[in-house]
Ligand binder design. Structure first.
Ligand code: BGC
Length: 674
């Protein structure tokens, strides 16, 4: 097949109008009635539709913070439907790289640090996308949690740890979502580029996991012809638009002619591509372009945002606000809109980008604010009862003090922009926002901070503020979602899908050499270094346990306006149950989490239930413990091993507050297929 990317030519073919100048276009074969593959980004909405715009979902972390596979699937259905309506049948979605560092530039495209949670959430989303007859990828395979030097660096990790962490997230995501394609990452894995890594693509993905779909390279991530093809890469994605030269196309024909690549391998590629196209229904359901159903799609984005916002601090029940108060809002352009991440996942908003300073016109920009201003929604609520809401940009700290001191409540909106291609050098908030928070909090004890961020910030002001709301990048309906949480129309139910460390000293790698937001192109290329994953599979909360560290907020944490408790855990074989109770009169939703500590290591999430509990009611929750989640990958025998011994089983509302405990005894060591 011939292909073009971004409207440029590749393999001598000029992109026709139906290619829509998007990520890639693989021309149809009219003789055999094979439809074109028209590919677009990404997992948070349809990117770069300058003419129509599209609805942006909240970030992947927000989706994962809902701990709801139903919500994630519904989000996938929505963006899959938008893709088809806009003329695409492949969505480059499914980001499931585990977050190993809170400074990672693309964390907002991923689903947190735990393989079971991330794999489940992303798998459900892929399933939703493909239900719309749009083929989805899962990406970036694998161990690509950083942007700094992503084109050159090698992620070095021991095989057992690899299988138990990042690869486990992919394995689960593939089992649940059945993505038609797997996209490789840019980095090298244990020295070999992932697009040439036969351990990854052939031995693990295609052999051990029996993956029937095709593997595509990332744009600029293919480096060879025979090596890549024989390692298991099925498709070069971008030709010379990004790769250093064409590796497939003519060079591939030549490699077959000279017998470096057997024709059986080419048949295998064709089979894999066509099989996925049939499986997703691309032949039976041709693309049918129509206008978007904007109000429906915005409602989906609103639900995701409401379920994903996490209430982190609520001293003296400062939240929810009462109506009729005088509220002073500061910063974050909260009068204009809400922030979104940059890079290939950036969605052009319907109604246009309202950022006052969209930044340089580069591929990872523009800095985008979606036109759903929190201030508008907060104002509607307060004005119902003669309250009012003022907005100030926070630039003049003297004025800030004065305004804050005269308000009943002050809300500081904090924004931190991240994008593909660069990591943050530190966890410090940019643009002197720490000083703004300190100033407001000093003037008014009823200060609430709302975060719209990717990088998890250090919080030197945490003890001085009364309320803290993690809104992530909250998507097209983000302003309304934030206001509905703050005003109490929605009872917060989100729980963190990643650990919030106190500062970088708690991380396995406190320094990221070369990181920063100054020059995203050279940062990706300049460091030819190896990243050693000494934490192995002890990612995030497991690292904290291993090092005996207390994070700022633990994995799984999230407050509610209700008061929930967990009691009475029981384990019966690999089934665990516990009782969840709502001790308050306020109805609400919580996430009951189960963790197991195997005899050989740190505790890990083994299951959860997101449940609604009316005021003063209780409910028993039962989960099945997946054997892989408590197993070790035995590299000698190349199989999962569930050791005989005693396992601690816990239930609770976050990974560090686990009030009920029991033991599970496994009599004999068991082995599972790889
Ligand atoms: C990104 C991929 C994306 C591709 C196509 C690359 O820069 O890493 O995630 O799908 O571009 O736009």
């Amino acid at each position: 097949m011939a292909q073009t990317a971004n409207g440029t030519t590749a393999y001598g073919v000029v992109a026709p109008p139906e290619a829509l100048q998007s990520a890639a276009y693989l021309a149809p074969n009219t003789r055999l009635s094979i439809p074109a593959l028209i590919e677009t980004n990404a997992g948070l909405g349809i990117s770069r539709r300058y003419d129509t715009g599209a609805i942006a979902l909240p970030s992947g972390e927000s989706m994962a913070a809902s701990w709801s596979m139903d919500t994630s699937r519904e989000a996938g259905v929505m963006i899959g439907d938008e893709a088809r309506r806009l003329g695409f049948n492949v969505l480059l979605a499914g980001g499931v790289n585990l977050t190993r560092d809170p400074r990672g530039g693309r964390n907002f495209e991923y689903a947190g640090e735990d393989p079971l949670l991330a794999g489940s959430i992303v798998g459900a989303m892929i399933d939703g996308i493909q239900s719309q007859h749009v083929l989805s990828t899962i990406k970036h395979f694998a161990v690509n949690d950083f942007e700094t030097s992503r084109m050159l660096a090698s992620s070095n990790i021991e095989e057992g740890a690899l299988r138990e962490s990042d690869l486990l997230a992919f394995e689960i995501g593939i089992e649940i979502g059945h993505p038609g394609s797997v996209m490789t990452s840019y980095n090298r894995l244990n020295d070999t580029y992932t697009s040439e890594n036969s351990y990854l693509l052939t031995d693990t993905l295609k052999h051990d996991w029996k993956y029937p779909g095709f593997v595509m390279g990332d744009w600029g991530g293919t480096h060879s012809t025979t090596r890549a093809m024989m390692a298991g890469l099925d498709q070069e994605s971008a030709g010379t638009a990004y790769d250093s030269r064409h590796f497939f196309g003519e060079p591939l024909k030549e490699a077959v002619r000279s017998k470096n690549i057997p024709t059986s391998r080419i048949d295998d590629v064709a089979h894999r591509v066509l099989r996925s196209m049939f499986a997703v229904g691309l032949f039976d359901n041709p693309i049918y372009r129509r206008p978007l159903d904007v109000s429906h799609d915005r409602a989906v984005a609103l639900t995701v945002a409401e379920q994903g916002i996490v209430l982190l601090k609520n001293q003296d029940s400062i939240l929810p606000l009462m109506s009729g108060q005088n509220v002073a809002v500061f910063g974050g352009h909260a009068d204009l809109g809400v922030l979104e991440g940059g890079g290939s996942a950036n969605v052009i908003p319907i109604g246009g980008n309202v950022a006052p300073d969209p930044g340089p016109r580069v591929w990872y920009g523009p800095k985008t604010y979606l036109p759903d201003p929190p201030v508008k929604w907060l104002r509607q609520f307060q004005e119902q009862n003669k309250g009012h809401v003022t907005y100030d940009d926070g630039a003049d700290l003297r004025r800030v003090s004065d305004l804050a001191a005269h308000a009943d409540v002050a809300i500081v909106f904090v924004t931190q922009w991240s994008h593909e291609g660069a990591d943050a050098a530190s966890m410090t908030l940019p643009d002197h926002q720490d000083a703004l928070i300190e100033q407001v909090a000093h003037a008014n004890p009823h200060t609430i901070v709302v975060l719209e961020n990717n990088v998890i910030p250090e919080m030197p002001w945490l003890t001085n503020i009364a309320g803290l709301v993690e809104a992530w990048y909250p998507g097209s309906a983000g302003g309304e979602a934030i206001a509905r949480i703050v005003d109490g129309d929605v009872n917060p139910s989100g729980h963190l899908p990643l650990t919030f460390p106190v500062d970088t000293s708690q991380l396995p790698r406190p320094e990221i050499p070369g990181a920063g937001f100054d020059d995203a192109i050279s940062i990706q290329m300049k460091q030819d270094q190896n990243v050693f994953y000494t934490e192995g599979s002890d990612v995030g909360y497991r690292w904290m346990e291993r090092q005996n560290l207390k994070p700022q907020f633990p994995f799984g944490f999230g407050l509610s306006y209700s008061d929930f408790g967990i009691t009475q855990i029981h384990a019966n074989g690999l089934q665990a149950s516990a009782t969840a109770l709502n001790r308050s009169k306020k109805d609400g939703t919580t996430v009951v989490q189960f963790y197991v500590r195997p005899p050989h290591g740190t505790k890990r999430l083994v299951g959860w239930a997101r449940i609604f509990l009316a005021g003063h009611t209780s409910r028993d929750v039962t989960i099945n413990i997946p054997r892989r989640s408590i197993a070790r990958f035995d590299t000698q025998r190349h199989a999962w091993r569930v050791d005989a011994g005693d396992y601690d089983v816990y239930a609770g509302l976050d990974s560090s507050d686990l009030p009920t405990h029991t033991m599970l005894h496994i009599n004999t060591t068991a082995w599972l297929e790889p």
